[in-house]
Design a binder for this molecule. Structure first.
Ligand code: FUB
Length: 337
């Protein structure tokens, strides 16, 4: 029977049916409600997630968050609706990368000419005397296995003070491929050769151009929307509660980028250390999501980071609105619906 107070509200029987159906869903690991992702979206300690749409599915490529000597492989996760996630274990294993042995992190994946290229950081080098940096692996499918592409790092030196970690690769509207990367509070951009084996110098002869905005620490990300380049990064310390994401906007991928403000940060009622994110655009819609890692309340182990998703919204004049981090996550969004 329909409620006489509100003809639009469902009957008791319908409510019971909806509840029963909700028990059949397999939501994320947080406070999953019927048809919502729940945060975190999948179990396990993971960080630095990069989200994509590949082969008609949503994909998330995270760092396996563990002590550096144990960070030797990567898993991926895929979903058709942002609610139920399938784990793809060990898509990249350092046993298959001759020059790398530890501290595998921060994947960035692109699809090009029938291959999936996974850019990664390895070895956590502290100087130019050490072997490691940013490498490239590739696979014919988004779930791997990814194999070392170059047999050497792509970037193995400190340029402009930037530790070669945290790659982010994207294609500009004119077809040019760029990589932004860098730790130790410096960020560079470089133009990639079309086959990803090296770099094309800029017109001024330089290869690595520094684009560090105020506050930058690591974890760069670029988004192109309505003719603007939104550049985002993480600031604060990744082991602490105040890790956060801020952004700048420019009319060119090389900037200049002037910090606008924070868009993602801790909420003492929900979680701390929210940072190192990526942005997902649901195909054919105006829905944008931010996929990021955060730390459960009260957690002191620096590696206990979990992957979460919430909505990313823009104001009518093109600003990014502060993200509301939630325990419930986002509503079901079936791909290609
Ligand atoms: O996962 C290792 C490091 O944690 C990344 O390089 C940083 O960006 C931070 O998220």
């Amino acid at each position: 029977m329909t409620s006489p107070k509100n003809p639009a509200s469902p009957s008791r029987a319908a409510q019971r049916l909806m509840f029963a159906l909700s028990l059949l869903l397999v939501p994320g690991q947080g406070v999953g409600q019927a048809g919502r992702a729940g945060n975190p979206i999948f179990p396990g300690w993971y960080a630095d997630p990069e989200a994509h749409v590949f082969a008609h599915r949503y994909w998330v490529y995270p760092t396996t968050s563990a002590p550096y000597d144990e960070q030797t492989y990567m898993d991926a996760f895929s979903s058709s609706d942002l609610v139920t996630w399938t784990k793809h274990p060990r898509i990249l294993d350092l046993e298959d990368v001759s020059w790398a042995r530890r501290a595998l992190w921060a994947p960035s994946v692109v699809e090009k000419d029938g291959w999936y290229y996974l850019f990664f950081s390895a070895n956590d080098i502290q100087s130019d005397d050490q072997v490691g940096g940013i490498g490239v692996a590739r696979s014919r499918t988004p779930d791997g296995p990814f194999e070392d592409y170059l047999g050497r790092p792509l970037i193995d030196r400190f340029h402009n003070g930037a530790q070669p970690i945290d790659p982010f690769v994207f294609q500009d509207q004119d077809g040019t491929w760029y990589i932004t990367y860098g730790g130790w509070r410096h960020c560079n951009i470089a133009r990639l050769k079309d086959d990803f084996t090296g770099f094309v110098p800029f017109d001024d002869g330089t290869t690595f151009r520094e684009i560090t905005p105020d506050g930058y620490v690591e974890g760069s990300f670029m988004l192109m929307k309505d003719g603007k380049y939104y550049f985002m990064w993480s600031e604060g310390g990744w082991t602490g509660p105040d890790y956060a994401v801020a952004y700048a906007v420019a009319s060119s991928p090389t900037g200049p980028f002037e910090r606008v403000g924070k868009i993602l940060q801790q909420d003492p009622a929900v979680a701390t250390g929210a940072g190192h994110h990526s942005v997902l655009h649901a195909p054919g819609s105006d829905k944008w999501y931010i996929v990021y890692h955060r730390r459960p309340l009260g957690e002191t182990d620096r590696n206990h980071r979990v992957v979460c998703i919430d909505e990313l919204r823009f104001s009518p004049d093109g600003r990014i609105l502060p993200v509301v981090i939630t325990k419930e996550g986002v509503a079901r969004d079936s791909i290609g619906r």
